[in-house]
Design a protein around this ligand. Structure first.
Ligand code: FMN
Length: 214
């Protein structure tokens, strides 16, 4: 379909302007700036609002979560924010599990390197994290503590070695004070052990997210 096809332009019944949703903008559904910028571009085709509406916030120690974050971001045209703790976690040896696992169990919130995030620009945040000791990774916990995410939709994906993601999702919901996630995805070391099944699951997750703001 061509870009000039009216069905790809601003549609007051369908367009999920995140700013309007967040701020109750009185001009919602009748905003010139919104309408002017609301053209669909790229592949996959997306409206300006859809592109703006979701941010993938993630932490990755060894690259698996980063791998998934980039796949989802590429598939849906979303922005990403990779969290980096000031004090880096060990990547190998005994200390990797000891210190990371201890911080996760104790639900610590380590300081993060400076990042930019303005909740009012988004309608949804997707968290991505590796499961640590059946819990949310500490840097993600810091982000939740530092930002008011109320009113935003929340989805999440977790990478694990074999088990614990369900428990970690429970911990994530507890930290956010919410009862449910909009969409969930769990993968076992998807970068180091890639599989066709993982690709299928990522596609299904993306399809659910794409429908979610409609
Ligand atoms: C400190 C630490 C604790 C972990 N705890 C778990 C766990 O409880 N369950 C599990 O299945 N995998 C666990 N893992 C493995 C990671 O969750 C898994 O390898 C994940 O894919 C790594 O993601 P990343 O490459 O983005 O860091 C742990 C890894 C670390 C470093």
């Amino acid at each position: 379909m061509s870009k000039n096809n009216p069905s790809y332009l601003y549609n007051p019944e369908l367009c999920p302007c995140p700013k309007a949703v967040k701020t109750n903008c009185p001009r919602f559904r009748n905003c010139e700036a919104c309408i002017a910028n609301h053209r669909v571009e790229g592949n996959p085709q997306q409206t300006a609002c859809e592109k703006m509406a979701t941010l993938i916030v993630y932490y990755s120690l060894e690259g698996n979560t980063d791998f998934v974050a980039k796949k989802v971001a590429e598939a849906l045209g979303y922005e990403t924010l990779r969290l980096v703790p000031v004090k880096k976690y060990y990547k190998g040896g005994f200390l990797k599990f000891l210190i990371g696992g201890f911080d996760a169990v104790k639900e610590r919130t380590p300081a993060l390197k400076p990042y930019e995030f303005h909740a009012e620009n988004y309608a949804r945040v997707i968290f991505g994290f590796p499961v640590w000791a059946g819990n949310v990774t500490p840097p993600v916990r810091t982000f939740i503590k530092e930002n008011d995410l109320s009113g935003l939709k929340i989805a999440a994906f977790a990478c694990q070695g074999g088990s614990g993601a369900d428990k970690a999702f429970g911990k994530l919901k507890e930290a956010l004070g919410i009862g449910a996630l909009e969409a969930e995805l769990v993968l076992n070391d998807p970068k180091s052990k890639p599989s066709k099944e993982d690709d299928k699951q990522i596609q299904e997750f993306c399809a659910k997210l794409k429908d979610g703001l409609r």
